[in-house]
Design a protein around this ligand. Structure first.
Ligand code: AMP
Ligand code: MG
Length: 295
C-alpha cells in the first residue's frame, strides 16, 4: 500500500481471484481524520471542476456503482462525495427490490434506462450486481439463470464502455462488528431510525454467503474499463477520502477536452461592446428625462 494512490491500492487487478474477507475494513492509511477531511474537501472541489469539463465535452460519461452490505455507507458516499457535484449533470439512481414490471423484463432492463447520457455522471446506489448477489444468496432465480449473468454483465459493460461510458464499481467494505454498531446508532438516533429494516438482521445471518457472492462478482466482472475497488469503509471519513480520490484520478486520466468555440468570439465581443454603449446612452437619456423641468 502506498497510501497515496488509492486507485492502485484498492483496485482489484483484472483477472485475479478475490476474497473480500482478506481485505482490512479498518484500514485508514496514515491520515488523521482532520487532515483527511481537508483533503476530501479539496478533492471534491476538483471533482466538481472536472465534472463541469465532462459536461462541456459532451462526449463521454461516467458511471459510479456503489455496492455494500447493509449500513456499509452507500448513502454516506452519495451525500458527502457525490453531493459536492453540480446536480445538473449528475444523477443518482437507487435500485431496490424489483417491481412486477421490472421483473417481467430482463434484469438489465431497469439498469439500461438509468445509464448516463454523454456528459453526465450517474451514480447507482445498488446496481445490476444485486442480480448476482441478493438473488444468488436467496435463490431468487435458479443457479442456471444467475450463473449466466456474469457474462451478460460483462457484455453490457463492454458495450457501454465502447460507447464512451467509464464505469467505476466500489464495494464499501465494513466488518460485521461495525455493521452492528451502525444498526445500534439507527436504533438510538431518531434521525436515523427511518433506515431500519427488518431485513437488516436477517441479511446479516447470510454474511458469509454474501462475501462469497461478492468474491465471484468482483473476480468475474472486472475489466480495465469497468474496474472494481474494495474500499475499507469502517471509518467513514477514510471511505469518503478513498472514493473521492479514485473518482478524481479517473476523471483526470480521461484527459477531458473542453470543445473549441464554434462561435466567432471577436464578433461576439463587438456585439457586447455595442450593447454596453447602447445601455450607457439609454441610461443617460433616462437621467436627462428624470431632471425636473425649471419653470
Ligand atoms: P436499501 O438499499 O437498504 O434501501 O434496500 C434495498 C433492498 O432491495 C435490499 O435489500 C436489496 O437487496 C434489494 N434489492 C435490490 N436489487 C434487488 C434485486 N435485483 N432483486 C432482489 N432484491 C433487490
Ligand atoms: Mg437497508
Amino acid at each position: 500500500m502506498t497510501g497515496k494512490h488509492y486507485v492502485e491500492d484498492f483496485r482489484i487487478p483484472p483477472g485475479s481471484r478475490v476474497r473480500v474477507s482478506d481485505f482490512d475494513p479498518e484500514f485508514k492509511g496514515k491520515h488523521s481524520k482532520k487532515r483527511a477531511l481537508v483533503k476530501t474537501a479539496r478533492l471534491c472541489e476538483k471533482m466538481s471542476k472536472l465534472q463541469q469539463m465532462l459536461f462541456a465535452e459532451q462526449k463521454r460519461s461516467l458511471l459510479v456503482c456503489l455496492q455494500a452490505l447493509d449500513a456499509g455507507g452507500k448513502d454516506g458516499v452519495v451525500k458527502h462525495v457525490i453531493g459536492a457535484m453540480n446536480p445538473d449533470g449528475c444523477r443518482v439512481s437507487n435500485f431496490k427490490e424489483p417491481t412486477q414490471e421490472e421483473l417481467a423484463h430482463d434484469f438489465l432492463w431497469r439498469i439500461e434506462a438509468q445509464m448516463p447520457k454523454r456528459g453526465e455522471i450517474a451514480i447507482f446506489n445498488r446496481s445490476h450486481y444485486e442480480d448476482v448477489l441478493v438473488v444468488r444468496v436467496h435463490d431468487l432465480v435458479p443457479k442456471a439463470v444467475w450463473s449466466q449473468r456474469y457474462a451478460q454483465i460483462n457484455d453490457f459493460e463492454r458495450r457501454h464502455a465502447a460507447n464512451g461510458t467509464l464505469i467505476l464499481k466500489f464495494f464499501l467494505h465494513i466488518s460485521k462488528d461495525e455493521q452492528l454498531k451502525r444498526f445500534e446508532q439507527r436504533l438510538d438516533d431518531p434521525a436515523k431510525r427511518w433506515k431500519i429494516s427488518e431485513s437488516d438482521y436477517t441479511e446479516r445471518e447470510y454474511w458469509d454467503d454474501y462475501e462469497r457472492a461478492y468474491d465471484d462478482a468482483l473476480a468475474k466482472c472486472n475489466s480495465e474499463l469497468a474496474p472494481w475497488f474494495v474500499i475499507p469503509a469502517n471509518h467513514k471519513w477514510f471511505r469518503d477520502l478513498a472514493v473521492s480520490e479514485v473518482i478524481v484520478t479517473t476523471l483526470e486520466s480521461m484527459n477531458l477536452q473542453v470543445p473549441k468555440l464554434s462561435v466567432d468570439i471577436e464578433e461576439i465581443r463587438r456585439k457586447y461592446h455595442s450593447a454596453v454603449d447602447e445601455e450607457k446612452h439609454t441610461k443617460n437619456g433616462r437621467k436627462r428625462r428624470a431632471r425636473p423641468v425649471r419653470g
